[in-house]
Design a protein around this ligand. Structure first.
Ligand SMILES: [Fe+2]
Ligand SMILES: [Fe+2]
Length: 164
């Protein structure tokens, strides 16, 4: 499935450094359910907390898709996910800008693409161009991949400057 033409496959990205990243899935947990694990940490408390929330929302999205009518609707969860993503991106960008992180321009582009993708998925879902399952699968992969592949690139830089 490639719902967004110019979007790289989340699984294919690894920051371009050939680093190995931890597997997306926790042993014993089906692939489609993302769960926070310590290997996802970017060593900054507030960012880890925000990432946990995003991952929980991605999981909530899957639940909403799988059990329609029993809890929050897919659309409501997507709205929350967009809202939390925007707030987190703003805070992350503020800190990275303040500390002159050299990777900022690339990271801004990644945030921009991710946000546009989320909004596109919202619209696609609304107008019936994507199934809820496709939407949940892709968003879950994408959110986790951004944390693992792109956010973790700033860990050492921020840590060296006393950000915890
Ligand atoms: Fe992040
Ligand atoms: Fe980020």
């Amino acid at each position: 499935m490639t719902p967004v033409k110019d979007s790289p496959s989340p699984g294919a990205r690894n920051g371009g450094k050939g680093e190995r990243r931890p597997p997306l899935q926790t042993p014993g947990v089906p692939m489609r359910y993302p769960r926070w694990q310590p290997a996802y940490s970017v060593q900054v408390q507030d960012f880890d907390a925000a990432h946990r929330t995003l991952i929980e929302l991605a999981e909530a999205l899957i639940h909403a898709v799988e059990r329609p009518g029993t809890g929050a609707s897919t659309r409501d969860v997507l709205d929350d996910l967009v809202e939390c993503t925007v707030a987190h991106f703003e805070e992350e960008e503020r800190v990275l800008r303040e500390l002159d992180w050299p990777g900022l321009p690339t990271h801004l582009e990644a945030h921009d693409l991710l946000l546009r993708t989320l909004l596109k998925f919202k619209a696609d879902l609304r107008y019936g161009r994507l199934t809820p399952e496709e939407t949940a699968d892709f968003i879950t992969d994408w959110v986790v991949a951004h944390i693992l592949d792109e956010d973790r690139q700033y860990c050492d830089y921020l840590h060296a400057r006393g950000v915890r």
